[in-house]
Design a protein around this ligand. Structure first.
Ligand code: CA
Ligand code: CA
Length: 207
């Protein structure tokens, strides 16, 4: 017994129509573009995240170094600091090393100061025996701006309402043996966006 054959009037499809191919290509192009945009956005976000971590590390390391240096200072041998709201961007000090024959023995004069390096930016520079022939110096940060976050300089106003007037990216104030340290570190990412972070720390001179 022969099975009925397929209907002769029905034509099987051997391929895609031009419209289907065009739609498929358009969809593929859109997918490729979106994947590219996502990859680019992901790379940019990753770069910004890495830069933020570096800025944050630099900030904390700089504040820690300044804090440790001032912790050993003799409060009576600290020069250049003023009381809030008028900050200073540098400090000179001497550490009390101990006593001998009833006399206090001091270490050499040291200084932590902001120094301009380029437009709007500067470095935090530590110096031992500043301006002497035997001077030693170490740069603790190269990315400290001329002004603290949201502060406008030379207008005698506390623009960012942090209790200091016209403070720099590195700012000190002193009250009794307590020294307030304000530091801003900022860098610009590949997209030209500013990555900025700030920290305030308080140290009490040991002596
Ligand atoms: Ca201020
Ligand atoms: Ca101001």
């Amino acid at each position: 017994m022969r099975l009925p054959s397929c209907r002769r009037g029905h034509r099987t499809r051997a391929g895609f129509t031009l419209v289907e191919v065009s739609i498929s290509l358009t969809v593929l192009v859109l997918i490729a573009v979106n994947v590219g945009l996502l990859a680019r956005a992901g790379t940019s976000a990753a770069d910004s995240g890495v830069l933020m971590m570096r800025v944050d590390d630099e900030l904390h390391l700089t504040v820690d170094r300044i804090g440790l240096a001032l912790l050993a200072a003799d409060a009576s041998e600290v020069d250049g600091l003023t009381a809030a709201p008028l900050p200073s961007s540098s400090v000179r000090y001497q550490a009390a090393l101990g006593t001998a024959g009833g006399e206090v023995i001091y270490g050499p004069v040291e200084e932590v100061a902001w120094n301009p390096t380029q437009q709007g930016l500067g470095s935090v520079l530590w110096r031992e025996r500043p301006d002497e022939e035997a001077e030693r110096r170490v740069t603790w940060s190269k990315n400290v701006p001329i002004a603290y976050k949201a502060e406008l300089l030379e207008n005698f106003t506390d623009d960012n309402e942090n209790g200091l007037r016209d403070e720099a990216g590195l700012a000190f104030t002193m009250a009794s043996k307590r020294i307030n340290i304000h530091v801003t570190v900022e860098r610009t990412d590949k997209e030209g966006q500013l990555v900025s972070t700030q920290k305030r720390s308080v140290v009490t001179c040991r002596n």
